[in-house]
Design a protein around this ligand. Structure first.
Ligand code: DPP
Ligand code: ZN
Length: 849
């Protein structure tokens, strides 16, 4: 399979000044007419090679003259027109089959709705084009369809006109004045419900806001609409960026490969990130909607107005936009909880990726399928890199620098280097050494050594940078490290941002009365692992004013306690005591819920040289039981204080109460006794929120068969007509630790609600099962075999979905021999499939290398 390299980048040879598209949508097929006005750029070839996938050509006209087939060549993924003049118009008519498109790239159908997904390379499945982000053009689009079935016809930009035709068909023309690359093109046609609102920009422009969804779901769009308006206001205030069209449309569809897509003026969303009410969505779902709505909106400037020169630059728009949406969520909600959640996500997914054979820099230098690079490295680690720049520059300089970035590059397709140029130029801070973060992979470890003599405290930091995947040695990083020093009584002595740039660094602090306590990597100022021999967790949990380090200390304490248990069987009494201390703290409840959470299996597994899951569970289960038994009364009291089953409000206090109460219930459930079963059963029955219901359901499923069954049946009957909610049902069953989980997953595949063509459902059932460490890695090998079989099957339907599932095997190299052997057999089997997609091939071949 072909590998594409950044070093081979060449500028486009042609410019597409305008692109006029006509879509005639029918039930069996769609015809597309594409009229482009094209100019040769300097040094252009005589032939123009357009990207085209599965092209069924009807006719081509060059400057109004029909071309015969000696004037063009149809290749496997291209259409080449021979001998074109300096400046010409090209009209191409072709036929496509959206109804049969299960890959969900290009134009396809989600249920009865026509919709598109063109990032990164879907547009070439619609019409021949220079389908690359650095070719930007002005689009005018006419969509024609049968009026009763598809009353709503949408595309990018502003609406120009509508026409009714004699035969029951109608058409709408849209014009987008902003030049854009083809990956931002979108089209929707359907019989949709709509929620309408408006927004007035800071400079007084009125914007019509619409959220479209399946009819009947309109009442579930209000949170998304509120989030959209909050995002628009935030971007004006924080970045000085206003919206730039008369209309902003969002459409929710059920079949969507990704979370959402920022098409200019016409965002298309996975309905998971739009639809919500308290009865159907959890608090986490509501937060997810707020952040994804914001993310796609923020792309209007960071992604659309300024886009990427090529796909190797993906983090230019994604890392920056994730940083922006994280900052937005922190401003609107709890800053401390937001930061911890972001770091948790980074460590559970990105750190794992960074330690695997698919590790790559945030700006990769090669790929087979660019679809495989929409990763947590490009997104979440990318956001950490922007956050470090923000820390290095400070708020004021950062704002000057983003202003300069927008002023300089508006309307262009640029590189991460251009972004760094603006950051550096406006702030006068040299970022040359910092650039390493863009080009290296793997997570560095920072070894911390301390000494204290005669009032002088010395901090010695040593960076360990892992080799790249190909074995090459990598350079030390340049980064900001925020630290605090705390006195014996718990009083803060100082807070500093240290600049670490060499492999080994020393920092000296003079005039201290005694050896201070070190609070390191405050707010997680750099995405590194800390290795420290002094253990001052209990002290920091009590006295550190930095909420992140307090959390981190609780996590590290629990992690090391569990590791000690795995090793010797002993439980550290001091940890149990510290846990009791947190239980009694009077702090924000969502934050408290995080402090009480034990480290994830993923966290513990990342620290093992050879991964072995069983001792991890056993230790975790045992520690939870100990804590539940020891603090039973306090836990029950906390539960009672905060269990408000009739309160479904979404304010911070109500959500905090639900968070702590459900955390407590989960801890108590380790006791697996009648009392806790009754508590969960009651909660399931009486609570008005989905947040409470799924926690109760999950607990019942995991600790009882009888009550679990009753609750699951009730849930099924209540929500079976709502596919979005049914994802939760599938996910709870697929994640279950009870015996027989695989058998039940296999039965569920035949459930009438389940559909292998819908990515959300596949992710909820198969994807969640592949992250069920207990059953996926079961040593009879059936978990591996099942998932491998599904990858082969789903690859034929939707390669992107299949390669997503293949990620579960990334842990291969680090497994114990027994599991490794079992996994290898399955990976070999997948790789031997003759028609394997490049998506799956790329992931599995890297894993096996
Ligand atoms: N560009 C999209 C997003 O991250 C993914 N298709 O928002
Ligand atoms: Zn994005």
């Amino acid at each position: 399979m072909k590998t594409i390299y950044l070093k081979d980048y060449k500028k486009p040879e042609f410019k597409i000044n305008s692109c006029e598209l006509h879509f005639d949508l029918f039930e069996e097929f769609t015809t597309v007419i594409n009229i482009m006005s094209i100019n040769k750029l300097e040094k252009s070839e005589n032939d123009i090679r357009l990207d085209a996938m599965d092209l069924e050509l009807i006719e081509i006209y060059l400057n109004d003259l029909k071309l015969n087939d000696t004037r063009y060549i149809i290749g496997e993924d291209s259409l080449t027109i021979l001998n074109v003049p300096e400046s010409f118009s090209l009209k191409i008519k072709n036929k496509i089959y959206p109804q049969n498109n299960t890959e969900l790239e290009g134009l396809y159908k989600s249920g009865s709705i026509f919709c598109t997904q063109n990032e990164p390379e879907g547009f070439r499945r619609i019409t021949p084009y220079l389908d690359r982000p650095d070719v930007m053009s002005v689009f005018t689009t006419t969509v024609i369809a049968q009026k009763d079935k598809y009353p709503i016809l949408l595309s990018n930009g502003n609406k120009q006109n509508c026409h009714d035709f004699m035969n029951g068909r109608h058409g709408t023309t849209w014009h987008d004045p902003h030049p854009k690359p083809s990956y931002l093109f979108a089209l929707v046609a359907g019989d949709l419900g709509c929620v309408n609102d408006e927004y007035t920009t800071a400079s007084g422009e009125h914007v019509e806001l619409n959220i479209y969804c399946d009819k009947g779901n309109e009442s579930q769009c209000s949170h998304a609409m509120k989030s959209l308006k909050e995002s628009m206001a935030w971007d004006e205030e924080k970045y000085g960026r206003e919206y730039d069209l008369e209309i902003y449309n969002i459409v929710a569809v059920d079949s969507f490969n990704m979370g959402a897509m920022e098409n200019k003026g016409l965002n298309i969303f996975n309905s998971h990130y739009v639809l919500a009410d308290e009865d159907r969505a959890t608090d986490a779902n509501f937060m997810g909607i707020q952040s994804v709505i914001a993310h796609e909106y923020f792309h209007n400037w960071t992604g659309n107005r300024i886009t990427c020169r090529d796909w190797f630059q993906l983090t230019l728009k994604e890392g920056l936009t994730v940083f922006r949406d994280q900052s937005f969520s922190a401003d609107l909600n709890s800053r401390e909880v937001q930061r911890i959640e972001d770091v948790k996500g980074l460590r559970d997914r990105q750190f794992v990726e960074d330690a695997s054979p698919t590790a790559h820099p945030i700006q990769p230098n090669s790929y087979m399928s660019i679809n495989n690079f929409y990763t947590s490295t490009v997104y979440e680690k990318g956001a950490e890199i922007i956050r470090m720049i923000h820390t290095l520059l400070g708020e004021e300089n950062y704002r000057k620098a983003t202003d300069l970035y927008f002023d300089t590059f508006d309307g262009q397709a640029v590189r991460t280097d251009d972004f760094l140029w603006a950051m550096s130029k406006a702030s006068r801070i040299d970022l040359t050494e910092f650039e390493t973060w863009y080009h290296q992979s793997g997570t560095p470890t920072l070894k911390v050594e301390e000494s204290f003599h005669n009032g002088i405290y010395k901090l010695t930091l040593t960076q360990r940078v892992p080799n790249a995947v190909d074995g090459s040695v990598q350079k030390p990083y340049y980064f900001p490290l925020k630290i605090g020093l705390i006195g014996l009584t718990g009083k803060e002595i100082l807070e500093r941002v240290l600049i670490v740039s060499k492999e080994k660094e020393e920092f000296v602090f003079e005039g201290l009365n005694s050896k201070p306590y070190l609070s390191i990597n405050r707010d997680f100022s750099a995405p590194v692992k800390i290795q420290q021999s002094t253990k001052e967790y209990a002290f920091l949990m009590k006295h550190d004013k930095n909420s992140f380090v307090r959390y981190e200390s609780a996590q590290s304490f629990a992690t090391e306690t569990l590791e000690e248990m795995m090793e010797s069987g002993n439980i550290d009494e001091e940890f149990l005591e510290a846990y009791g201390y947190i239980l009694n703290l009077d702090i924000e409840l969502s934050y408290k819920a995080l402090l009480l959470e034990l480290p994830s299996v993923s966290t513990l597994m990342q620290r093992q040289d050879v991964v072995d899951f069983v001792p991890i569970y056993l230790a975790k289960d045992r520690l939870e039981r100990e804590l539940a038994a020891l603090y039973k009364d306090k836990l029950q009291e906390l539960y009672k204080q905060n269990h408000k089953p009739k309160n479904k409000k979404l304010d911070a206090i109500s959500m905090g109460q639900r968070a702590i109460k459900n955390r407590v219930l989960r801890i108590l459930s380790a006791l697996e006794n009648r009392e806790v079963i009754d508590m969960a059963r009651e909660q399931y029955k009486e609570s008005l929120t989905m947040t409470d219901r799924v926690v109760a359901l999950d607990i019942l499923e995991n600790i009882t068969s009888e009550e679990g069954e009753v609750a699951l049946n009730d849930f099924y009957n209540r929500y079976k007509d709502d596919t979005l909610v049914m994802n939760k049902y599938f996910a709870i069953l697929a994640a279950s630790h009870r015996n027989g989980t695989l058998e039940r997953v296999i039965v569920l595949e035949n459930d009438e609600v389940y559909d292998e063509k819908v990515p959300n459902l596949v992710r909820s059932l198969i994807g969640v099962f592949a992250r069920n460490y207990k059953h996926f890695h079961a040593i009879d090998g059936r978990g591996y075999s099942f998932v491998a079989h599904k990858i082969i099957e789903i690859d034929k339907i939707n390669p992107q979905m299949a390669s997503g599932l293949a990620s579960a095997f990334k842990i291969y190299e680090r497994l114990n021999n027994e599991n490794k052997e079992l996994m290898k057999k399955e990976l070999d089997r997948v790789l031997a499939v003759p028609s394997l997609s490049k998506n799956v091939y790329e992931i599995i071949s890297k894993i096996l290398k």
